[in-house]
Design a binder for this molecule. Structure first.
Ligand code: PLP
Length: 339
């Protein structure tokens, strides 16, 4: 097996200096209980045979919005005070975070605006609108949409719910770690899709606090892996954004990152990068062998195993983070195409 990175990641902070604690995650779990799905953890016969270790898939595809981001958004919105809730929420995300904010806001009776540029495809606009959020089309780029978010925060007192770099959001995502350890107390390895690091950071805080010997492996695409580049540089850095099958893993970590860079650089044991062909193989396996429709970002744990890029010890869980993939793209990949 090839291991991409042989040097251990630098670990400098200790549990009591990290920005998110196990207590934050336990509180989040109590807060969101009953409002998000406790997703299934299914045994994969095919991947257990392939790896020689008990192998499980944590199906966040089964959240009401088809991705784990509901956990963090729900916890963040439930943590707001009455005034903040009354003034409402705003975000510029058109992907799974935007869906999560729209869904959670509607469930909680809080108004939400999602700002997006005129270039966002009609199906994404409709997906957000049908969840009950007000869609505001503004400008011709994601930057214009983000500028409108900042304007609404400043002039109307709306609250922006960040997609990852926020203690309450990370604590919400970390509840996945509690659910996994409850089911598999002798957990050996967790494979986590990695972009801004809210998912990996939250799960890492929970798992390392309760079972420090468990290995946490972050997985990104070769094309534009911002957290990997940042960990290597020792500070948040920008990378060029590129098209990838793992579109939910695109975007930077934020140059003034407050939370997730510290968590990921201290708690992840390894980061693995995948080619587009390897990600496509993960999507195909999920469909053909596990019967799951999974988006590129959600398939990277499976893909890393199939590519022989990860060393396992003990019972393993791959976080299948989301299933929101364009059906035509999914069909072309499962029928054999790579991109
Ligand atoms: C957002 C997202 C990720 C990455 O989560 P981060 O917290 O940004 O690292 C992975 N998979 C899916 C499906 C996502 O929507």
């Amino acid at each position: 097996m090839t291991i991409m990175k042989s040097e251990p990641l630098p670990h400098t902070a200790t549990a009591d200096t990290l920005p998110v604690t196990l207590a934050d995650i336990r509180n989040a779990s109590a807060r969101i209980n009953g409002r998000v799905a406790q997703t299934p953890l299914i045994h994969s016969g095919a991947l257990s045979d392939h790896t020689g270790h008990p192998f499980h898939l944590k199906l966040e595809t089964r959240q009401p919005i088809g991705a784990f981001k509901l956990r963090g958004a729900m916890n963040a919105i439930l943590s707001l005070d009455d005034g903040e809730r009354r003034r409402g929420l705003v975000t510029a995300s058109t992907g799974n975070h935007g869906r999560a904010v729209a869904y959670a806001a509607r469930e909680l009776g809080v108004p939400a605006i999602v700002c997006m540029s005129a270039l966002v495809p009609a199906n994404k606009v409709e997906a957000i609108r049908s969840l009950g959020a007000e869609v505001r089309i503004i400008g011709a780029s994601q930057d214009d949409a983000q500028t409108e978010v900042e304007r609404l925060v400043e002039t109307h007192g709306l609250t922006a719910i960040p997609p990852f770099d926020n203690v309450d959001v990370v604590a919400g995502q970390g509840t996945i770690g509690l659910e996994i350890l409850e089911a598999i107390p002798d957990l050996g390895t967790v494979l986590v899709p990695l972009s801004g690091g809210g998912l990996a950071g939250g799960i890492a805080v929970a798992v390392k606090a309760l079972r420090p010997q468990t290995r946490l492996v972050g997985i990104s695409m070769e094309r534009g892996a911002a957290m990997n580049a940042s960990i290597a540089a020792g500070r948040p850095v920008a990378v060029r954004e590129e098209q990838t099958l793992a579109d939910s893993l695109g975007g930077g970590v934020g140059l003034s990152n407050h939370v997730t860079f510290t968590l990921c650089s201290n708690l992840l044991d390894d980061v693995i990068l995948l080619s587009e062909g390897e990600i496509a193989e993960g999507i195909r396996h999920a469909w053909r062998e596990e019967g799951e429709m999974v988006e590129g970002a959600g398939a990277v744990g499976i893909a890393a195993i199939l590519a022989g890029k990860v060393e396992l010890s003990g019972p393993t869980v791959a976080i299948v983070s989301g299933g929101n993939i364009d059906p035509a793209l999914h069909r072309s990949i499962t029928e054999g195409a790579d991109a």
